[in-house]
Ligand binder design. Structure first.
Ligand SMILES: C[C@H](O)CC(=O)SCCNC(=O)CCNC(=O)[C@H](O)C(C)(C)COP(=O)(O)OP(=O)(O)OC[C@H]1O[C@@H](n2cnc3c(N)ncnc32)[C@H](O)[C@@H]1OP(=O)(O)O
Length: 282
């Protein structure tokens, strides 16, 4: 097992950003996704992002090649072998997470720590899909992962102190500021942030324009992005899944998801990634 090798499962918005973050910190990274198309897209996007950084003078051509050279892409779990830590960033559905962890448990080395980037599902439940629940923990990253400074650390009921220590060291190495979050839906940030985005969607449903809602929050509360811009940025489907997780997890009507979000997801208006959400994109 190599202490310099990590694996990231999932090459979507979060997974590819986490892989980038780890490679920038000097890790050898294998980014695994069972859909080869997702890997190609992740590789092309990262290359384009780095080209822009080189053009802006924020990175040299040499640094770009070095970091890109530390990331390999794979569509098979077998390539996680040798990683001392694996970060899972697959879609936010408990059955998919459990299946992924059961697979990782089979293919990863015995000593490997398995980390989930879930934004609110139960770490203990995910850990129970493995035979190593003491080696399972939550590390919640924020989008865009290479830019956002925070990582929420979430222990499951069975997480060992050794696992926690190793994960803290990993978070330090990738230069994230850490907070310990309780194992309840939404942890800290999403429990506060996502109901605000949901409320903003209710205001649009009641007739406000998205521009007015966003400008109000940007200029009146100094938020870098308005709540609806942010929803489009992260994905309307991702935001709705988090809100639904709060609603189902706390059994509290105050977390009821806005029906407009449900309609938008059914229509395929998922935000930037689909070209249309609260706003239209080229
Ligand atoms: C879904 C989860 O469970 C929970 C969540 O993640 S909730 C979402 C949390 N995220 C937020 O709240 C983000 C709020 N927005 C912001 O902080 C800022 O608007 C922003 C950082 C995204 C963009 O910043 P801004 O200054 O407007 O844009 P820009 O100058 O283009 O980008 C700043 C840097 O971010 C990088 N960046 C922007 N988008 C990126 C992306 N998608 N991936 C990687 N890097 C990105 C740029 O390359 C740039 O880096 P550089 O300075 O080295 O060139």
């Amino acid at each position: 097992m190599e202490l310099n090798k990590v694996a990231v499962i999932g090459a979507g918005l979060m997974g590819s950003g986490i892989a980038q973050t780890c490679a920038q910190a000097g890790y050898e990274v294998v980014n695994v996704d069972v859909f080869p198309g997702a890997l190609e897209k992740a590789e092309a996007n990262l290359s384009a992002l780095f080209d822009k950084k080189v053009q802006k003078g924020k990175m040299t051509e040499g640094e770009k090649c070095e970091i890109l050279g530390r990331i390999s892409y794979s569509s098979t779990y077998e390539d996680v072998k040798g990683a001392y830590l694996i970060v899972e960033a697959v879609p936010e559905k408990i059955d998919i997470k459990k299946e992924t962890f059961a697979n990782l448990d089979q293919y990863a080395d015995e000593e490997t720590i398995l980390v989930s980037n879930t934004s609110g599902l139960s770490i203990s439940e995910i850990a129970a899909a493995t035979k190593r629940p003491h080696k399972v923990m939550g590390v919640h990253f924020f989008y865009p992962a290479p830019v956002m400074k925070l990582a929420e650390l979430i222990r499951g009921l069975a997480t060992s102190d050794d696992t926690y220590r190793t994960v803290r060291e990993f978070a330090d190495r990738i230069k994230k500021t850490i907070v310990d979050a309780p194992e309840f839906p939404g942890f800290i940030v999403n429990r506060i942030l996502v109901p605000m985005q949901n409320e903003a969607a209710f205001m649009v449903m009641e007739g406000c324009s998205p521009e007015d809602v966003d400008n109000a929050m940007k200029l009146g509360a100094n938020h870098p992005m308005g709540p609806l811009e942010l929803t489009d940025f992260v994905g309307v489907d991702v935001m709705l899944a988090t809100m639904t997780g709060l609603y189902e997890g706390f059994h509290d009507s105050k977390y009821r998801p806005c029906p407009l979000l449900e309609t938008m997801v059914k229509a395929g208006h998922l935000g930037r990634k689909s070209g249309r959400g609260f706003y239209k994109y080229e």
